[in-house]
Design a protein around this ligand. Structure first.
Ligand code: HEM
Length: 426
């Protein structure tokens, strides 16, 4: 069973085997090569060993074009990745996920906050951010706490269950729906559409169904925005619907894609961080003990879970003008990928990065990105993990793994689809 980042053997503290995974070849320069456009590369290989090698030998390099895709730049070291997150020479409007940028363009570019560049990005982001008022956030976080406590209580002592389906799946979407005041009666349907729209490409994935489901979500939020524009409340959608960006109100479609962006940004990432966090605690009983006895704070544990799990492997950008990255000439129009999973495990910044250390300090991981697009939901995501860890400490004595979790088939989302476990009470 490979741990998050898929490094067999490393999670349990065993020494790296030193053996090259079967389909990891080497170029003449001794540089490891892995097709980073292929989700299989992330499932079948020792990803952490791969990135360690890249950081050492070829930290910034051109990923050759494949039969289906153009080439792109790969940036792996923390010292290069972190400043590039703030570099205005790199834009997000063509997409911030490699698959999307490789296909050409993000259809929401310039409308959805995550894929909008200056000058529109900042006022749009400020508007979204300012509609997360302390009152709204306070109520949402309280509800997250109640929901998480009840979910954990429902599985303790119950025998084997899937932590992903029974707990991790149920927290983030409900949190985002609370934030947007989505009526309770509509949530089941929204959840169903969202499941269909999920971006992971496995055998059961049907692209036509997925596109239809995404359209349903956008149409749903257009209707809701129209309603709230007519009859405003003091919820996030009403605030967005009443506001102006660059001197004009948002169109219904802009409102809808930005509501959807909260689901896109916050659902799967939060889910996988919770799953990877519980798995890591099971695999590291000493750390679980330290958390339970109060030897480490929940806040510090949350940061290590975020670093360890690194829910998104990378972000993608497009060069808006010529620039230089660590001595490499990057041309306007080139695709540049920043590999957070590598930066978060850079041994020049994190001491023994493949050791899960809840008390790690400092812990300046890049799991939420950095700079102008820094995660808008970071506060909520942290609150979700904090309440989960708090509920586990309060209610659970022993956690046991009861099967092999299935890795997500993706070159973007890092983690597992399921987690069969058993929790015993304190
Ligand atoms: C942006 C990760 C939870 C909403 C980002 C970015 C990352 C990220 C890496 C930067 C993307 C880029 O630079 O292109 C995560 C992780 C989460 C999480 C790891 C959970 C553990 C959430 C939640 C929400 C959310 C709960 C919503 C409530 C957003 C939005 C952006 C964003 C709207 C775009 C911000 C902008 O472009 O200015 N997130 N996120 N995220 N995230 Fe999150």
């Amino acid at each position: 069973r490979p741990p998050p980042g898929r490094a067999p053997g490393l999670l349990r503290g065993a020494p790296p085997s030193g053996k090259e995974p079967s389909d990891m070849s080497r170029t003449d320069l001794g540089t490891p090569s892995l097709d980073l456009t292929d989700p299989a590369a992330f499932v079948d290989n020792d990803v952490h060993a791969y990135w360690r090698d890249v950081r050492a030998r070829n930290p910034v390099h051109w990923h050759e074009a494949t039969e289906r895709n153009p080439g792109f730049w790969v940036v792996s070291r923390y010292a290069d990745v972190q400043p590039l997150y703030t570099d205005e020479a790199l834009g997000s409007a063509r997409g911030n996920v490699l698959d999307v940028v490789l296909r050409g363009d993000d259809s929401a570019g310039g409308s959805m906050v995550a894929v909008t560049d200056p000058p529109r990005h900042r006022p749009l982001r400020n508007l979204l951010f300012s509609s997360f008022t302390p009152r709204v956030l306070g109520e949402v976080v309280e509800e997250v706490g109640r929901r998480t406590d009840a979910l954990v209580a429902s599985v303790v002592g119950r025998g084997t269950f899937d932590f992903a389906a029974e707990i991790a799946d149920r927290i983030p979407m409900n949190t985002i729906c609370d934030l947007l005041s989505v009526p309770a009666a509509d949530r089941e349907e929204l959840l169903r559409w969202n499941k269909k729209a999920l971006s992971s490409v496995d055998a059961a994935y049907d692209e036509v169904d997925a596109i239809a489901a995404r359209n349903e979500i956008v149409l749903y939020f257009m209707d809701l925005a129209q309603e709230r524009r007519a009859r405003p409340g003091d919820d996030v959608i009403s605030l967005l619907a009443a506001a102006e960006v660059q001197g004009r109100p948002l169109t219904l479609e802009e409102l809808a894609v930005n509501c959807y962006s909260l689901i896109l940004g916050g659902d799967e990432t939060s889910r996988v961080s919770a799953i990877s966090g519980v798995l890591a605690l099971i695999d590291h009983p000493d750390q679980w003990r330290a958390l339970r006895t109060g030897e480490v704070s929940v806040e510090s544990a949350v940061e290590e879970v975020l670093r360890w799990s690194t829910p998104s492997f990378h972000v993608a950008r497009t060069a808006l003008r010529d620039l230089e990255i660590a001595g490499n000439a990057v041309r306007a129009g080139d695709i540049v990928t920043l590999w957070t999973v590598s930066a978060n495990n850079d041994e020049t910044v994190f001491d023994e990065p493949r050791r899960f250390t809840l008390s790690r300090s400092p812990n300046k991981h890049l799991s939420f990105g950095h700079g102008p697009h820094y995660c808008l939901g970071a506060f909520l995501a942290r609150a979700e993990l904090r309440t989960l860890l708090t509920a586990l400490v309060a209610q659970v004595g022993r956690m046991e793994l009861c099967g092999s979790p299935r890795p997500i088939y993706s070159n973007f989302l890092n983690g597992y689809d399921d987690l069969p476990v058993r929790f015993e009470g304190r």
